[in-house]
Ligand binder design. Structure first.
Ligand SMILES: C[C@H](O)[C@H](O)[C@@H](O)C(=O)CO
Ligand SMILES: [Mn+2]
Length: 419
């Protein structure tokens, strides 16, 4: 380790210790955290099953930066590069359209064996796996409806797909020894104001009950349901709204999926977590960054991310929260996008661990709101970067912006050669 990195850490340690914070212990806590990297940042959500299909479902990737992965091998290679620049041991989040198979299969035909190469790779790299049925970019979702479709045949197609997705999830969990979170997100909704808001929600409820009929050991597979306020083309009404899935998840003991970009721009996810945690089995967090809308920008170390991290740390919610990334930016190097988003998410958690939470709680309850504000503001300039650098160094990943040079080299040697 660079001597300066070590010296900086040794200098930071007593500053935190004064407030009862043991930085060595914090580092141990940070090592336990797993971030699920979303495979779809690597190829602009194209996938490999029916790769020619247009991206639909009210989500959009903009930019044409060269080097998107074209095959499962390329995607795994890119992910390996990204994981090598992020401290800790994490997970990969796959979508059904990323099946790695020579067979021509449709979404209602997926089986665990179509993902065995991903499992082999995950085991080699000591990674966990998460999964998602892909309820978009398919002719059966062309009118914007899937599990709530009025046509039973179409609904059944998607029900079948989601049932199979849970089996893939259980296979992932069994093979990797870590539970797989299988998350259902559907785009269903209307551009304009509907007459009947209730019937599609009733159909969605029935479809989900059918999908979840089979009990699966939670040691292998955990189910999550992800809500949304609006999408492109579903501005007026989304069937799977927050209220819908709050009710569904709580009554059916499912993880409540909360995507940072899926709410009104003035709503904050950080203010929801404590309430949801009181009533739910657990949460699936999609860390994203909405800019004016659900634009899925790369996650930066902004105030909301810090506030989310504080909530998770202050209330001991990390055990019941599964953290995944969800953004797609094709205007910058895609490997860098993963690294920036994941490192920022870890940094936010580190900063939260490095705050004197117990002391601040005492100050708050005593009514000394001046000290609360003063101390929190002062802590913003405490040397958390020294702890972060030390953590990166002991984890064997590049310190500070050194990682960027690795990405640039990779771009020159690998990504730029892709047409
Ligand atoms: C591709 C994912 O399923 C998707 O991003 C989903 O999680 C979402 O957030 C849709 O807006
Ligand atoms: Mn999401």
């Amino acid at each position: 380790m660079n001597a300066q990195t070590e010296r900086n850490y040794e200098a930071a340690k007593p500053l935190y210790a004064t407030h009862g914070i043991d930085t060595d212990k914090v580092i141990e806590q940070l090592k336990e955290i797993k971030i699920s990297l979303h495979c779809w940042q690597g190829d602009d959500i194209r996938g490999f099953l029916n790769a020619g299909h247009e991206l639909t479902g009210g989500i959009s990737v903009t930019g044409n930066y060269p080097g998107a992965a074209r095959t499962p091998e390329e995607l795994r290679q890119d992910l390996e590069k990204a994981f090598s620049l992020i401290p800790g041991k994490h997970k990969l989040n796959l979508h059904a359209i990323y099946a790695d198979t020579e067979e021509q299969i449709d979404l209602n035909e997926i089986e665990p064996r179509h993902f065995s190469k991903w499992v082999d790779w995950a085991k080699e790299n000591n990674l966990g796996l998460d999964f998602n049925p892909t309820c978009f970019s398919h002719p059966n979702s062309s009118d914007g409806f899937t599990l709530s479709h009025p046509n039973k045949q179409i609904r059944d197609f998607w029900i079948d797909h989601c049932k199979r997705a849970r089996k893939v999830g259980a296979y992932f969990g069994k093979e990797t020894g870590q539970p797989c979170v299988t998350n259902i997100w559907i785009p269903d909704g209307y551009k304009d104001t509907p007459v009947d808001r209730l019937s599609p929600r009733k159909r969605l409820e029935e479809s989900l009950d059918e999908i979840y009929k089979e009990q699966i050991d939670p040691a292998y597979n955990l189910d999550a349901v992800e809500s949304k306020l609006f999408g492109i083309g579903s501005e007026s009404y989304v069937v799977g709204s927050h209220e819908f899935y709050m009710g569904y998840g709580i009554t059916r003991q499912k993880l409540i999926g909360i995507d940072v970009g899926h709410f009104h721009p003035t709503e904050t996810v950080s203010n929801k977590l404590s309430s949801i945690s009181l009533f739910s089995e657990g949460m699936l967090l999609h860390v994203s960054r909405p800019v004016r809308w659900d634009s899925d920008h790369v996650v930066t170390l902004d105030d909301e991310l810090l506030e989310i991290a504080r909530e998770l740390v202050t209330h001991n919610l990390l055990e019941k929260t599964h953290i995944g990334l969800d953004f797609f930016d094709a205007s910058i190097n895609r490997v860098a996008a993963w690294v920036i988003g994941a490192r920022n998410t870890m940094k936010a958690l580190l900063r939260a661990f490095l705050e004197p939470v117990e002391k601040l709680k005492g100050i708050e309850i005593s009514g000394d709101l001046t000290t609360r504000l003063a101390l929190r503001e002062e802590f913003k300039s405490y040397p958390f970067g020294a702890v972060w650098d030390y953590y990166c160094a002991i984890q064997g990943v590049p310190v500070r912006e050194e990682w960027l040079e690795h990405v640039k080299q990779y771009e020159d040697n690998v990504l730029s050669k892709r047409s």
